[in-house]
Design a protein around this ligand. Sequence first.
Ligand SMILES: Nc1nc2c(c(=O)[nH]1)N[C@H]1C(S)=C(S)[C@@H](COP(=O)(O)O)O[C@H]1N2
Ligand SMILES: [Mo]
Length: 197
Amino acid sequence: MAVVTRGFPSRRRDPDERVPPGQYVTEDFPVLSAGPTPRIDTDRWSFELVSEHGERATWTWSELLALPIDKIETDIHCVTRWSKLATRWRGVSLDHLLAGVETSALYATVDCYGGYTTNLPLADLRGGKAWIAYEFNDRPLRAEHGGPARLLVPHLYFWKSAKWVRGLHLQVRDEPGFWERNGYSMYGDPWTEDRYS
Ligand SMILES: Nc1nc2c(c(=O)[nH]1)N[C@H]1C(S)=C(S)[C@@H](COP(=O)(O)O)O[C@H]1N2
Ligand SMILES: [Mo]
């Protein structure tokens, strides 16, 4: 799969239908960070996948970029009620990173430089629904938006799209991440307004 487009039928569908309940559309790109912006050089960036058995796989920046690259066009929805339509990204599908992993785990916790975490079902990271994104609007992803690379899981509220991603670990049980421990939903489906637990 070389190219993915999602959420792209903007010329055919009524824009109102693309906005989940309780959301408004913004042209801005707000920055929402729970702490200071970590600065990570791509020279020392790596992504580590840890299975529930403790098996590890690691990708350097150049190893990541050697994987098939997708172009993604998608709407994003923040739980604080802004939605941004037709955002454009480049990234590597999690399918490529998860392909070689032996697991029967059903959940994942995403780990970040700076300490942020978030949890989601492993199934939501598979099937062309989630990426390690490193470009936004044809430019390197800016640090405040998670550069050099962030998770992009646009079908869930945007707090699941962890910035400054550095890996994920697979879990047999669903463990709450940073915002999930602070009252946000374990899942976060914008279409059912699954905001808080
Ligand atoms: N590492 C990290 N990732 C994060 C956050 C954060 O504070 N730290 N905030 C989350 C929240 S609540 C949102 S809405 C989006 C915001 O992304 P943006 O700042 O690029 O708009 O990032 C998510 N990912
Ligand atoms: Mo958010």
